[in-house]
Design a protein around this ligand. Structure first.
Ligand code: HEC
Length: 133
């Protein structure tokens, strides 16, 4: 009987340690996320984010109107990159423009609005576009 009590106490103790460890891990993970967010809002964009931006362009309808180096319906992304330096302000500006759609900057043909594409995705695409040299 005594042994069972000791065993139960041991199991409870292990459980407590485990829960505590998980809490610590969770705290550490959320801290990492905060650090990552700070990095992405600066002008340095990680290679991973750029690659994601590149893939998002083909997942969405962007490439039916845009090519990298030739103007089709919309301006070539290379020309967009030439016009707008890769700054945090331009990332925000163009993200808003892609979501809202618009015309008058490159000609009379308007760009369709993209209200259903998540802003974070649009931002990655914009960051990729402005990284093209
Ligand atoms: C229906 C065709 C079409 C589609 C689809 C399209 N665009 Fe455009 N895009 C245009 C046109 C046309 C312009 C030029 C608008 C202007 O003159 O202001 C443009 C302009 C832009 C600009 C420059 C905006 C500026 O104000 O200088 C960016 C950046 C851009 N598009 C990104 C995207 C992204 C990212 C997608 C996909 C989510 C996309 N486009 C989908 C036609 C399109």
């Amino acid at each position: 009987m005594k042994r069972i009590t000791i065993l139960t106490a041991f199991i409870i103790a292990m459980f407590a340690v485990n829960t505590f460890a998980q809490t610590v891990v969770k705290k550490t993970t959320s801290k990492t996320t905060v650090v990552k967010k700070t990095t992405s809002s600066s002008t340095k964009v990680s290679a991973v984010a750029l690659e994601q931006g590149k893939q998002l362009l083909s997942k969405n309808d962007c490439l039916s109107c845009h090519k990298m180096d030739v103007k089709i319906v919309g301006p070539a992304y290379k020309d967009v990159a030439k016009k707008y330096p890769a700054t945090a302000a331009n990332y925000e500006l163009l993200t808003q423009k892609v979501i809202a759609g618009g015309s008058g900057n490159w000609g009379d043909v308007p760009m369709s609005a993209h209200p259903s594409v998540p802003p974070a995705d649009v931002k990655k695409m914009v960051q990729y576009i402005l990284s093209i040299k």
